[in-house]
Design a protein around this ligand. Structure first.
Ligand SMILES: [Zn+2]
Length: 314
């Protein structure tokens, strides 16, 4: 969906409300009090009423938008801008585009969208041939005694004064399949599939194994360098191919995982400048969610709305 299509589909608040209602009914409404799925719509107050216990459900109840006072249209615009653009939007930029006075609600909105993206992707496991490696991402540790503790966007001046830089370990996993049609020289002979990027506390075998179990289907083949943290992977997946990878050969031996890491780092630097350590996972969620749906740009907005209403958010 492009911007023209978006504005004709959602020209006002009423069109967003109507769409949200339809989407939620598609997913199924469940009464919070008695668990019943039978309901009817009260037109005048725009709520569902449970046929069994008469309890009412708000349009936003149980969705990522539940506690937000922002118009639905803000949410729709934010979701559209985030998913329809290749790069990303900082909260500051979105605040400007929406003409909203306060920064915090906009920042919280974006954060919730990114959490929903991560929640959605965590339902799927990678399979087939998977390259795996770790990367260090620079984050800012926020001094909690200072004001503005929730703001994760720091300009250079603030960064020097308020936070210290640190690096966090990120486990990166990329599926790839052989591409017989690739005739272009210097391009990897395999096509990128789905990816995952997960912040890990340390690079120990137990941390890595825990994440691999959650993220990768046991029938997979995992390719890594010879780092000691990877010693037990063979017990979790079908096959573990360990390679001695010199840094000059990294792009050849584990091409996709390194490409993904460098693209993510470049994007974060360009759009967000610096990221608070608590929020790195959220930015990775967005990066992975969009990359995983790069071939479905027509429906990615609708999918994201589903992601925001499908889980229980209260
Ligand atoms: Zn009920």
């Amino acid at each position: 969906m492009n911007l023209i299509q978006f504005t004709s589909r959602f020209p006002n608040e009423a069109s967003c409300r109507k769409y949200l209602r339809l989407k939620r009914e598609e997913e199924g409404i469940q009464c919070r009090r008695c668990g019943s799925h039978e309901y009817f719509w009260l037109v005048n107050i725009e709520k569902w009423q449970c046929r069994k216990c008469c309890s009412r459900t708000n349009l936003r109840a149980g969705t990522i938008m539940e506690k937000s006072k922002l118009p639905l249209m803000y949410w729709f615009i934010a979701i559209h801008l985030i998913v329809a653009t290749k790069k990303s939007f900082s909260a500051l930029e979105l605040q400007y585009q929406l003409g909203h006075k306060r920064y915090e609600p906009i920042w919280y909105m974006l954060t919730k969208i990114r959490i929903a993206m991560g929640k959605r992707d965590s339902k799927y496991k990678l399979k087939g041939q998977i390259e795996m490696d770790e990367a260090l991402f620079t984050v800012v540790t926020i001094d909690r005694s200072k004001k503005d503790e929730d703001l994760n966007l720091y300009n250079e001046k603030q960064k020097r004064g308020r936070g210290s830089q640190k690096k966090l370990n990120v486990l990166v996993m990329t599926e790839s399949t052989y591409n017989p049609n690739n005739k272009i020289k210097h391009r990897p002979s395999r096509m990128l599939g789905y990816i995952k990027m997960i912040v890990i506390d340390d690079a120990s075998a137990s941390s890595i194994n825990y994440e691999v179990k959650k993220a990768i289907n046991p029938s997979s083949i995992v390719l890594t360098d010879s780092w000691t943290g990877y010693t037990n992977i063979k017990d979790i997946v079908k096959e573990h191919q360990k390679m001695i990878v010199k840094s000059k050969d990294a792009d050849k031996k584990l091409p996709w995982v390194h490409k993904v890491i460098s693209n993510a780092k470049r994007l974060f630097l360009g759009v967000h400048h610096s990221i608070g350590r608590e929020y790195l996972q959220n930015y990775l969620n967005e990066f992975c969610y969009k990359l995983n749906r790069r071939n479905h740009r027509e429906i990615i907005f609708d999918r994201m709305i589903t992601a925001g209403i499908a889980d229980t958010w209260y």
